[in-house]
Design a protein around this ligand. Structure first.
Ligand code: C2E
Ligand code: CA
Ligand code: CA
Length: 529
């Protein structure tokens, strides 16, 4: 029954733990996703910055170097093509990225490193170039020689002389633009802008400036050159988000399952009980027992309490049967003995010599190998002759345990008295208990409750009391809650009584205070009316 209830609690843990671990998984999902995306974003930004710096440095180096070579070529514009051709092809071969160098004299392209002697108006070759500028650069979709292939034309004019200078055509394939294009997975696009045209990573054709997307992330101007590089970085791609969500989902499911498992493990009744013992969550309350004649205190019954940090008070009716069935009752009872021993100084202060100190004993403990040692160890730590130690054992337990007769004899030889607890609830006849030597009979609160009521149990109470007398057992009435019950029990010569009407179970401090006020030996109790 108790175990069933413990498991019913376990089921409610399950629901609560499911909610808790779902919340843990959800929080993990949100936090993990946010942090991962933030980190990816951050890392991308740094990577993009590096790319931008490298592209900038590369472009400046490249153009400076190109300009130097063109300046070296410049004096060749004073020579004829046949005199200049060898030098011109040599320089073209050793400048990376250069398709051709063309010498221009008075607006006429007269010598090309690729084709040698020629005679074409430069304005028809590269209409976009501003020939009057000392340096100009333009993008062009193609040249008369190589149509449809974008080129960069670089014009360097001889100082002082108009329309005389060197023209270089560059292959776009070796510009940083394609280096970067190889990183397209990183979700970066770029455009190189010269004049009104742009070469981009997203189109093989040149794009007019006004048609470029406006959502760029960075616009780099290259100092001293009529060139701009525009970057379009995507910080987070759809793949990033998809993969992060997938990883978050898998991990948060694992987190949820793990936290559920840990919670269930931590909150299994067995583990909770063992942890409770380690964490000192148990304590003892003492319920005073009174002489019916004179209402003076006769002793106390020790009742174990469990204050669980989350569940609050767990009734002994739940955890004692569970501890019995899970083999934990021995450590629990030893713990109870230790707690009682630790409070002996206050108990001695509160209770007069000869008081009964009742302890509930689980029948299953009787047959364990350590039982005698546990009991003698307890006795050794109690003050000699102050208390009469009483073990309360349920009627059911007595009947079920095999060696009960021998064990009871042994206990009585140790000076311990025995009470039959919960009498009347175990379906055994009182006569059956005759084979045991028993000292007290505790009349179950069910019978006491029936006093004054027209129930079937009411006449049984009389029979129980008179039988107990015949067997020379003293009687203790449990669960006394009214004056009417006290009067009834007094009339029937019941010996002792215990119940909320007289006192609830009390912590040790409260017991000391209670006894200082009410329990001076032989003083009558202030019976409420
Ligand atoms: P029990 O031995 O019959 O203990 C008496 C129970 O009745 C206690 O409940 C007590 O608080 C309650 N009680 C006392 N006066 C009144 C009253 O006037 N009215 C009502 N309605 N109840 C009253 P508790 O402490 O919940 O203990 C329940 C049961 O758990 C005990 O029944 C006993 O069988 C077991 N138990 C308690 N402490 C221990 C222990 O240290 N060891 C073992 N083995 N079992 C224990
Ligand atoms: Ca009891
Ligand atoms: Ca009882």
């Amino acid at each position: 029954m108790g175990l069933k209830r413990a498991f019913a609690r376990h089921a409610s843990y399950r629901r609560r733990n499911l909610t808790k671990s779902s919340l843990a998984a959800l929080s993990f999902f949100v936090i993990f996703t946010a942090v991962t995306l933030f980190l990816i974003n951050n890392q991308r930004s740094q990577y993009h910055l590096k790319i931008e710096t490298r592209t900038h440095d590369f472009t400046v180096d490249y153009l400076d170097n190109l300009k130097n070579v063109m300046l070296q070529i410049m004096p060749l514009t004073n020579k004829s093509c046949s005199a200049a051709f060898a030098d011109l092809t040599y320089q073209a071969a050793f400048t990376s990225g250069v398709r051709t160098y063309i010498l221009v004299n008075e607006g006429i392209a007269y010598c090309s490193s690729a084709t040698g002697s020629m005679g074409l108006e430069v304005t028809s070759l590269y209409p976009e170039i501003n020939w009057s500028k000392p340096l100009d650069m333009k993008l062009q979709q193609g040249t008369p020689m190589v149509p449809n292939k974008p080129v960069v034309a670089v014009w360097l004019r001889q100082p002082g002389q108009s329309n005389t200078g060197v023209l270089a055509t560059l292959d776009l394939s070796l510009t940083p633009y394609l280096l970067l294009a190889s990183h397209q997975n990183d979700a970066s696009e770029m455009a190189i802008v010269m004049g009104k045209q742009a070469a981009t990573t997203f189109s093989t054709n040149l794009i007019p400036l006004e048609k470029l997307p406006k959502n760029h992330t960075r616009r780099l101007t290259i100092p001293n050159y009529p060139l701009e590089i525009i970057f379009y970085h995507k910080k987070l791609t759809a793949d990033d988000v998809r993969l992060t969500l997938l990883a978050s989902l898998v991990l948060s499911l694992m987190v949820g399952a793990l936290s559920y498992y840990i919670l269930m493990l931590r909150q299994s009744p067995e583990r909770a009980l063992i942890r409770g013992l380690k964490q000192n969550e148990f304590f003892v309350e003492y319920q005073p027992v009174f002489h019916i004649a004179g209402n003076s205190i006769a002793g106390v019954e020790a009742l174990i309490r469990w204050q669980h940090p989350i569940e609050g008070r767990i009734p002994p009716d739940l955890f004692i049967p569970y501890a019995e069935s899970e083999g934990l009752i021995v450590p629990l009872t030893r713990y109870l003995f230790d707690m009682i021993v630790a409070e002996i100084p206050q108990l001695v202060q509160a209770l007069p010599r000869g008081s009964k100190l009742s302890i509930n004993l689980s029948p299953s403990h009787l047959n364990t190998p350590s039982f005698h040692d546990d009991v003698t160890h307890l006795l050794a730590r109690l003050p000699p002759d102050h208390f009469i130690l009483v073990f309360e054992i349920t009627e059911r337990g007595m009947v079920e345990e095999q060696n009960a007769v021998e064990e009871f004899d042994w206990l009585r030889r140790q000076g311990i008295r025995i009470a039959v607890d919960d009498f009347g609830t175990g379906h055994s006849a009182l006569i059956y208990l005759q084979r045991f030597t028993l000292d007290y009979l505790k009349i179950d609160q069910g019978f006491v409750n029936s006093i004054g009521q027209e129930t079937v149990t009411a006449p049984v109470l009389d029979a129980v009391i008179s039988l107990a007398k015949r067997l020379k057992m003293q009687t203790i009435a449990e669960g006394v809650e009214t004056v009417e019950q006290i009067n009834f029990l007094q009339e029937r010569d019941v010996n002792f009584m215990q119940g909320y009407y007289l006192s609830k179970p009390l912590g040790i401090e409260a017991l000391v205070a209670f006894c200082q006020a009410n329990c001076i030996f032989e003083h009558p109790m202030p019976v409420k009316t």
